[in-house]
Design a protein around this ligand. Structure first.
Ligand SMILES: NC(=O)C1=CN([C@@H]2O[C@H](COP(=O)(O)OP(=O)(O)OC[C@H]3O[C@@H](n4cnc5c(N)ncnc54)[C@H](O)[C@@H]3O)[C@@H](O)[C@H]2O)C=CC1
Ligand SMILES: N[C@@H](CC=O)C(=O)O
Length: 384
């Protein structure tokens, strides 16, 4: 079987290496790269060379970005070629369009590598859906930010220094603000919750990142038996759903608090199976390459994923409420003091907002950031 890879970067090289070293019967016959990066005889910078090649039945897109990835995926599907992609940004934006075109063309759309790196997370959601209604999905779904927080907690490392290391290791997005501002987790949360809830979830959900997280914030929460993790969360019930991405203060003894390095921990709750957790490396060349090669093997063995994302469901932010802590030098309306005994350098204070939706918390935080751009906010996880 001949396949093509679009983009020979961190992920594309991982796919090429795993296929070449470990998979019999699959050949990477063409690679699309930018004109100034044609370093291998299989490479071309003309996508038409790939889409017009009748011997290529599967196209693996790992270029990233929205365009031309969106156009290339649609063109490949329209030509009857199946597509595997690791590009969560383009899938989060065009999932419904890709699924429609894949169904129309009797082609497969494989998206395992868009969420959770090497973890079989989408496959597990699809499997759980065969029996259960899934009431929630959540988790640590970004390797870069987990790597940063873990190093800050364990080594007292500086935010910018660890971010640079995550970039060097190939975990971070081309523009790492997508990682630290929560956009990458938003894309993964939209994709995973769309598959879990049988609907096309909206991209307009509250998103707060960890850009302003300091060692002092981590120390404050640790003194209260908590650790901070960037979580994507989505819940559904009675034909409605809500989702959010935000730093969450989780109990120190929880599995989430103890996830190290670039690892992810994804959780679903199903009607009969209860809580299921999936753990593994959430970023990097070979773990992500592995997820893609699993999709390639599924295709070669005739397994085509089926996504039911057509059921209309109403977005209802009242389904997702928490207590929130905001640390700032500014003032937070309708709040009460949290940890008055904790002394921040520079005179910052910590304020508690009780029982509000993620939407309201995000609105309050945006106002506070206007006054003090170094402020930080985290939800406090409910103890079950
Ligand atoms: N790095 C990681 O750990 C993971 C990345 N992803 C996703 O996989 C995709 C690729 O990520 P990376 O490999 O890290 O990025 P990268 O930047 O290392 O590689 C992208 C490659 O695509 C090429 N490219 C970009 N635009 C092109 C175009 N128009 N025509 C031809 N070639 C083009 C670039 O020259 C580069 O070699 C992204 O969507 C990313 O979000 C998903 C999971 C993990
Ligand atoms: N930048 C992402 C890459 C994988 O999806 C991450 O750090 O998780």
């Amino acid at each position: 079987m001949k396949i093509a890879i679009l983009g020979h970067g961190v992920v594309g090289r991982g796919v090429d290496r795993i296929v070449t070293e470990r998979v019999e019967g699959v050949e990477v016959s063409r690679i699309l790269e930018l004109p100034d990066r044609l370093t291998d005889p299989r490479m071309t910078s003309n996508f038409q060379d790939i889409v017009d090649d009748p011997e290529i039945s599967l196209v693996v897109e790992c270029m990233g970005g929205i365009e031309p990835a969106h156009t290339f995926i649609m063109d490949a599907l329209s030509a009857g070629k199946s597509v595997v992609t690791s590009n969560k940004a383009v899938v989060a934006e065009h999932f419904g369009e890709f699924v429609s075109q894949a169904n129309f063309s009797h082609a497969g759309l494989y998206i395992e590598a868009t969420c959770g790196g090497g973890i079989p997370w989408i496959a597990s959601i699809l499997k759980a859906r065969r029996i259960d209604d899934i009431s929630s999905i959540s988790g640590i779904m970004n390797g870069t930010t987990n790597y940063i927080v873990d190093a800050m907690v364990r080594e007292g490392a500086d935010f910018d220094v660890v971010l640079a290391e995550a970039q060097r290791l190939g975990y971070a997005e081309r523009d790492p603000s997508a990682d630290i501002d929560g956009i990458d987790v938003r894309n993964k949360t939209i994709i995973a919750s769309s598959v879990a809830f049988d609907t096309t979830c909206t991209g307009s959900i509250p998103v707060t990142g960890i850009r302003t997280l300091t060692k002092a914030d981590l120390d404050l929460f640790e003194s209260r038996g908590l650790s901070v993790k960037l979580l994507g969360r989505a819940v559904q019930g009675d034909g409605r759903y809500a989702a959010a991405v935000e730093p969450v203060a989780v109990p120190l003894r929880s599995l989430e608090a103890n996830v190290p390095s670039n690892f992810n921990l994804c959780t679903l709750v199903g009607t009969t199976v209860g809580e299921l957790k999936f753990y593994g490396q959430g970023a990097g060349s070979l773990p992500t390459g592995n997820a893609i090669v699993q999709d390639i093997l599924d295709f070669s063995e005739g397994r085509v994923p089926h996504y039911d994302i057509d059921t209309p469901k109403q977005y209802d932010p009242t389904l997702l409420t928490s207590d929130y802590v905001i640390r700032t030098s500014s003032y937070v309306e309708d709040s009460e003091p949290y940890a008055e005994d904790f002394e921040f350098v520079g005179g910052d204070r910590a304020f508690l907002l009780r029982g509000i939706t993620a939407e309201k918390a995000h609105e309050a935080f945006v106002n506070v950031l206007d006054q003090d751009p170094s402020s930080f906010m985290a939800a406090i996880a409910r103890e079950d």
